[in-house]
Structures are given as structure tokens and as C-alpha cells.
Design a protein around this ligand. Structure first.
Ligand code: 5AD
Ligand code: SF4
Length: 456
């Protein structure tokens, strides 16, 4: 297995900025992938979606045609997530199917990339399933050679351009994470924080906007920890909010979130007012065990500032249920925090031990039935808050950004400036495409979405 620490410094580069599908220059050598097919399957977070886009460009640059089914692919790239146990189980299932297809002579080669590729288990999986190439998250550039392009290397600093197609684009501003949360594998597989220079980021955003991109999402494990040359995240956000017509960012860390950033969200007309701020637990005791670096009261205060600065904004969080040592009392503190913060939505995770993390070795495992009970209590509390908040929006007039045009089910999907998801019926969406805005009033609401027009 190639470890991420092997990444070295830039020498030559594959022209990653070329758009997918665009033909190679006329004087280029015949494409190594001509007449062949490739399938990329992505698991996990937006960082992985972004990495897959980069690998997709290499594959298309090499002349492969992209297909969706394994059976039709000469090479398959599984870009994986390691954050929770069932994610690895899912990958295992896919690898099993792929080794069967390889034996039948259909699929020729399989590459395993992303966080599982960077993890300890990777060499075991490589042997068990006869994987042809295993890559971590910092050396995805090695895929270039695998698909027959000239080899290239890249720095560990994330200075590659994002995706420039379509109405929206992700722009990675930092990679890695300097925290050491007890349960989390990210610092091990993604390495320490590396921030891109402000000017590179702004230039990329300007380029994307000039090319027609209407919605920029700034990406990183802890985006608000970004700093470069004395500048902090808020300085960057302000610059980007001047350069792009619509901006969002994820994921933030409560210890890095500045009031100035929260106020900028409310004051600047181009920033989507949705805050995703993972809290993980409402108990100070658990927050300490998890090494989160803040207390519940400090988190509450941040939320007060957010609610005042962005009254219409949507608030979401991540919560872990059943971390080793979590008592009924700790769980009650989390329920209290959920009530006080009135989250619009939350990703609730049952604790899953990740090999190599501190929590995996801890005593005090919480029995499954207790975890399930706590999980449902938190879920119900969040859904109740989300439903009530959504109900209050019924009747309001919204400017809705269209994210997905009308689907077969007769609904388009959009987002308000406060970051609430809206489902629009055929009549209201009126042929709008991704990137368009539609003015409409909210006709009804559920726990997870607002509706404009008939609910379908
Ligand atoms: N078990 C359960 N949830 C986890 N998360 C990260 N690691 C684990 C784990 N070992 C959750 C956290 C994080 C989100 C991306 O995934 O809530 O914020
Ligand atoms: Fe993982 Fe987030 Fe903690 Fe970093 S801050 S270690 S990414 S949970």
C-alpha cells in the first residue's frame, strides 16, 4: 500500500484543467484509453465527490469512456470513505462483486482509492480481493499512470483546481485536520491541515464564475480553521463572497467559528445562511473525552450569535450517540442542547469504533439497545424542531435557487437563501434549470423540506 506520507513535490502535471470529454490535442499520442471504459463509484463525503471529479478528469483525459455499470467497465475505481464501520462493509461487498467480475474476464482492473485506501486495512483488502492499485487520499495523482497517462506528482498542499462544469462547483480550501477527536480516523487518513493560499483560491473562484459557475462551495474538514499569511477564514469568505454570486462553506468546527464569520453570513447578500456546525455531544464530560476543545455553553453562545445574525438561516449539526463512556446523564445533556439550539436538521451517528483511534480502545461500550433508544430520542427531537421551524415558513415568499431541474417524479429541488431545501412542483418550477432562480411562496412543509406548489 502506498502511504500518504509518500507524496512528494510537484514536477510534471497532467493537464487536469481540461474539461471532461474534451478531445486531446491533435498532436498528442494516441489515447491510452481509446475504446476502453471506466466506472467510478464514490462513497462518503463531499471531499470524496471532489476527489472523484479529479480522477474522472484523468480517466477522460486518457481517452476512456465513462460507464455506470461495473459489467461494462474495463477499469473500476472505488473511491471510498472510512468514517464509519458500515462504510467499509459496503466497500467490501463491492470488492467481492468486482473480483467475481474479474474472474469472469469482464472487469480488467480495479483501483481502491480514498480513505479506505489510506487506512490500515487496505493491504488486507488488496490481498483478499486482488486489487490492482491502492491509493490514499494524498496520492490520487498516481491514478494517472494507472490509466496510461504520463506520471505526475503533486505537492501535499491542495493546489489543484476544482470542477468547472455545471452550475455549481466545490473549491477545496484546506485538507486534513489538526484536531485529534477520540473517535475520528480523518487525521490519520487525511493528514495534518494544509491550507491553500488566498490568491489561488480567489483566482480559481473568479475563473469558475467567468466560466458560468453560479454557486461555489468552499470545502474542507475544518474550513473555518483556514488561515494563510495572517489572513483568517472570514477574510477569505469575504473575498469569495465578492467574487461569486452564491457561496456556501462546509464543514466548520465550533472552536474555530468566529462571530465575525457568523455576522458576515447575515450581512452579505451572496452567502447562503446555512450553518453546519457539528457539536457531537451536549455533555461537557463527553466533549472532554472526545477532545473537542469546547464546552456546551460555548457552543450555545455561538448559536445565539448565529440566530441573531441570520434569523432566517438553517442550522444543522452532527451528533454521535453511544461514544464509549456515555451515560444516561450525558445523553440528557445532549437532548437539552438539541432543544436549546432547535436544529433544523442533524446527522446522527451511532458510535462506530475505527481501528487506530483512541475511542476504539476505550472501556465503557454502550450496549446496542441503549444506543438505539438514545438515537431515536435525538432523532425525534431534531425532527420535531425541524418540522416546527419549517411550518413557520409556510406562506413566506422566497427566492429559490434551483439545484436540480424537474425529475420524473415531477418535482424540482431548490434552496432558499437561508439554506432550506425546497421541493417545487412542475407548475411553480416552470422549466427552471439548475442555476436559475424562481420566486415562489412556500405552500406547505414537512420535517425535511419545504414545498412550493402541490406536494406531489
Ligand atoms: N463513529 C460515529 N460517528 C463518527 N463520525 C466520525 N467518526 C465517527 C465514528 N467513529 C461522525 C462525526 C463527524 C461526522 C462526519 O461523522 O459526527 O462529524
Ligand atoms: Fe475528525 Fe472533525 Fe475532529 Fe478533525 S475536527 S478529528 S475531522 S471530527
Amino acid at each position: 500500500m502506498t502511504d500518504m506520507a509518500d507524496a512528494t513535490h510537484a514536477t510534471t502535471r497532467v493537464p487536469l484543467t481540461r474539461k471532461p470529454g474534451k478531445a486531446a490535442p491533435a498532436d498528442a499520442a494516441p489515447s491510452p484509453g481509446a475504446g476502453k471504459t471506466a466506472c467510478i463509484r464514490t462513497f462518503g463525503c463531499q471531499m470524496n465527490v471532489h476527489d472523484s471529479d479529479r480522477m474522472r478528469r484523468m480517466i477522460l483525459d486518457a481517452g476512456y469512456a465513462e460507464v455506470q455499470a461495473y459489467e461494462e467497465a474495463d477499469i473500476v475505481v472505488l473511491n471510498t470513505c472510512y468514517v464509519r464501520e458500515n462504510a467499509v462493509d459496503r466497500v467490501r461487498g463491492h470488492l467481492g462483486e468486482l473480483s467475481r467480475l474479474k474472474k469472469e474476464g469482464r472487469v480488467k482492473k480495479v483501483a481502491l482509492t480514498g480513505c479506505v485506501g489510506a487506512a490500515e486495512e487496505a493491504s488486507g483488502l488488496e490481498r483478499q480481493f486482488g486489487i490492482d492499485l491502492v491509493l490514499g487520499t494524498h496520492n490520487t495523482y498516481e491514478l494517472a499512470e494507472f490509466v496510461g497517462l504520463p506520471g505526475m506528482e503533486e505537492t501535499r498542499t491542495p493546489d489543484l483546481p476544482g470542477t468547472g462544469d455545471g452550475d455549481s462547483a466545490f473549491v477545496t480550501i484546506m485538507t486534513g485536520c489538526n484536531y485529534q477527536c477520540s473517535y475520528c480516523i480523518v487525521p490519520t487518513v487525511r493528514g495534518r491541515m494544509a491550507c491553500r493560499p488566498m490568491e489561488d483560491i480567489v483566482a480559481e473562484v473568479e475563473g469558475l464564475v467567468a466560466g458560468g459557475t453560479k454557486y461555489i462551495t468552499l470545502l474542507g474538514q475544518t474550513v473555518d480553521a483556514w488561515r494563510y499569511d495572517g489572513k483568517r477564514f472570514c477574510d477569505l469568505l469575504e473575498r469569495v463572497s465578492e467574487a461569486a454570486p452564491r457561496v456556501w462553506f462546509t464543514t466548520s468546527h465550533p472552536s474555530n467559528m468566529e462571530d465575525r464569520t457568523l455576522r458576515a453570513m447575515g450581512e452579505r447578500g451572496t452567502i447562503v445562511g446555512r450553518l453546519h456546525l457539528p457539536v457531537q455531544s451536549g455533555s461537557d464530560r463527553m466533549l472532554k473525552i472526545m477532545h473537542r476543545g469546547y464546552k456546551a455553553e460555548r457552543y450555545r453562545r455561538k448559536i445565539e450569535v448565529f440566530r441573531e445574525a441570520v434569523p432566517d438561516g438553517a442550522l444543522s449539526t452532527d451528533i454521535i450517540v453511544g461514544h464509549p463512556g456515555e451515560t444516561d446523564g450525558d445523553h440528557d445533556r445532549t437532548l437539552e442542547l438539541v432543544e436549546d439550539c432547535a436544529f433544523d436538521s442533524a446527522y446522527i451517528f451511532k458510535f462506530s469504533p475505527r481501528g487506530g483511534t483512541e475511542a476504539a480502545e476505550m472501556e465503557g461500550r454502550v450496549p446496542d439497545d441503549v444506543v438505539q433508544k438514545r438515537f431515536l430520542q435525538i432523532l425525534r427531537a431534531v425532527e420535531k424542531n425541524g418540522f416546527e421551524a419549517n411550518q413557520r415558513k409556510v406562506g413566506s415568499e422566497e427566492e429559490i435557487y434551483i439545484r436540480r431541474g424537474l425529475s420524473d417524479s415531477g418535482q424540482a429541488i431548490g434552496e432558499t437563501w437561508g439554506g432550506h431545501a425546497v421541493r417545487l412542483d412542475r407548475e411553480v418550477s416552470n422549466g427552471a434549470e439548475p442555476g436559475d432562480y424562481v420566486r415562489a411562496s412556500i405552500s406547505s412543509a414537512g420535517p425535511h423540506a419545504l414545498y412550493a406548489g402541490a406536494r406531489g
